[in-house]
Ligand binder design. Structure first.
Ligand code: FAD
Ligand code: NAD
Length: 475
């Protein structure tokens, strides 16, 4: 290919395709190389997020939650529903259609923005050269020349050494989005974000779910108050979670025998399907030639500085393949920042205000420091908590579990973190992100008018509670 690009992006997940679009918006001649194929062998843009991650998992979470609500809470509204059943294959078809429409939408967006899209495996060979390799044969088919290169190759699931994935029996998260029927007994290795979300899907549809988690603490990244409440609520939903259980091996016979260790004692569990979701690792297979100049760090991530610059000049890396949380919006914002750095010399991302959301029921979301982290960092803290059960809207919705917690610096009153467990937590957290982005105090939030009746009143009241003046709470 003779034409030279200003920017070549490898990977069209939420990091890569967003970077490519922003580059094009800024007037840079941009190419985007991605190798993903859908189940029919057709190119499908959007990476893990659109094809086997954020979107299909949320489609199934929504379908299963609606089904579960009909069984458990519609009666309280006076709605009588007889003979409820779940058509799993229809649920899966809906999910596939959503994925297809969104992945096709990315292709349209790239085209509309003038980004040249290449379906191939991309390998960075140094000196601004991206080789286009046939993924099946490994043969180099062509190459692109670019002044700047952005690596956005994403991540892949980690496999347990003694438990290789096996057909539809022992699966990774992608396999767990494809079950054709509800497994009677479902084992899940890892009580991280994927384990809780996908465990919830199948639990709601009727599986007996047991999640085995190696760590002794539940959701160690979350604020302790939130993690405690989440553990209590999941137990009530009969989502079995065994902490301190390290899974060692699994054997497929008539069913799947899972061997694990708890407190030094060997245990065994039989299940019909097993999901292994013990984290993800950067995807860098055959991404770089030996003389590319790009280095990996000790954990296998592409080594970058705070500006996402790699060790090679004019080569950047973003998203799951570099340090930091493996979240779609983190990768996208890095993509925007890098595009702006290339075009203008400036680009900004605030790593302190990246929100987390876990789409269980109730949802869990947070931004900034937990109270424990803030104290460890040397802050004296004031915190305010407010339960959804004390808001009119949550009561009207019959969805009252959970609370909001605002953590503020005791001296300056700056908000250090906001933690939510409850209905629509993933949406409510946006207000906290904006507040923290503008370095608001809890007083700022407390003096901001919130519509009544809304769930956001719980955020308002938690901010008021930091100063001991929540209105709708008897001390
Ligand atoms: P990816 O999305 O992995 O995309 C990388 C792309 O690069 C892929 O298309 C890959 O095929 C391609 N590629 C790799 N190497 C090459 C190469 N050499 N040449 C050409 N192409 C290449 N995050 C959230 O924020 N919210 C959620 O709700 C959420 N839910 C999730 C649910 C599940 C089940 C999973 C597995 C993940 C979820 N995530 C979620 C995480 C999210 O999917 C990732 O953080 C996000 O996709 C990372 O984006 P990325 O662009 O860095 O990488
Ligand atoms: P994770 O890191 O969230 O959780 C993995 C868990 O597995 C850990 O708690 C770990 O202690 C446990 N584990 C490891 N080895 C084990 C063993 N042998 N036996 C028992 N437990 C073991 O990883 P994940 O759930 O696979 O998710 C990967 C990434 O995908 C997450 O880090 C997250 O960034 C992203 N993701 C995000 C969302 C979201 O934002 N809602 C949803 C899904 C995935």
């Amino acid at each position: 290919m003779s034409e030279k690009y200003d920017v070549a992006v490898i990977g069209a997940g939420p990091a890569g395709y967003v970077a490519a679009i922003r580059c094009a918006q800024l007037g840079l001649k941009t190419a985007c190389v991605d190798r993903w194929c859908d189940a029919n062998g057709k190119p499908a843009l959007g990476g893990t997020c659109l094809n086997v991650g954020c979107i299909p998992s949320k489609a199934l979470l929504d379908s299963s939650e609606k089904y579960h609500q009909i069984l458990t809470s519609y009666g309280k509204h006076g709605i009588v529903v007889d003979q409820v059943s779940m058509d799993v294959s229809k649920m899966m078809k809906r999910k596939t259609q959503i994925v297809r429409s969104l992945t096709q939408g990315i292709a349209t967006l790239l085209k509309a923005n003038g980004v040249d899209s290449f379906h191939a495996h991309g390998r960075y060979a140094g000196a601004g050269t991206v080789e286009l390799v046939n993924w099946e044969s490994g043969e180099k088919a062509d190459e692109i020349k670019a002044t700047n290169v952005i690596l956005a190759s994403g991540s892949v699931p980690i496999e347990l050494p003694n438990i290789p994935f096996q057909g539809d029996l022992i699966v990774d998260s992608a396999g767990a989005l494809e079950f054709e029927e509800v497994p009677e007994r479902l084992g899940v290795v890892g009580a991280g974000v994927i384990g809780l979300e996908l465990g919830s899907v199948w639990n709601r549809l009727g599986s007996e779910v047991t999640v085995l988690e190696a760590l002794p603490d539940f959701l160690p990244g979350a604020d302790t108050d939130i993690a405690k409440d989440a553990a209590r609520l999941f137990k009530r939903q009969k989502l079995g979670i065994q902490l301190g259980a390290r899974v060692d091996s699994a054997e497929v016979g008539d069913d799947i025998k899972v061997c694990y260790t708890v407190g030094g004692e060997q245990k065994e569990m039989s299940v019909d399907r097993l999901i292994v979701c013990i984290g993800r690792k950067p995807c860098t297979d055959n991404l770089l030639t030996e003389d590319s100049g790009v280095k990996l760090d000790e954990r296998g991530f592409i080594h970058v500085n705070e500006d996402c610059r790699t060790d090679a000049a004019n080569v950047y890396a973003i998203g799951d393949c570099v340090r930091g949380p493996m979240l779609a919006h983190k990768g996208s914002e890095e993509g925007v920042a890098v595009a702006e750095r290339i075009a203008t010399g400036h680009g900004h991302i605030n790593y302190n205000t990246i929100p987390w959301a876990i789409y269980t029921a109730p949802e869990i979301a947070w931004v900034g420091a937990t109270e424990q982290e803030a104290i460890e960092a040397g802050h004296a803290c004031n915190s305010g908590k407010f339960p959804f059960a004390a808001t009119g809207r949550a009561k009207a919705m019959e969805d009252t579990a959970g609370f909001v917690k605002v953590v503020a610096d005791a001296r300056t009153d700056e908000i250090l973190g906001v933690h939510i467990i409850g209905p629509h937590a993933s949406e409510l957290i946006a207000e906290a992100v904006v507040a923290m982005e503008y370095r608001a105090s809890s007083e700022d939030l407390a003096r901001t008018i919130h519509a009544h009746p809304t769930l956001s009143e719980a955020v308002h009241e938690a901010a008021l509670a930091v100063g001991g003046r929540a209105i709708h709470s008897a001390k």
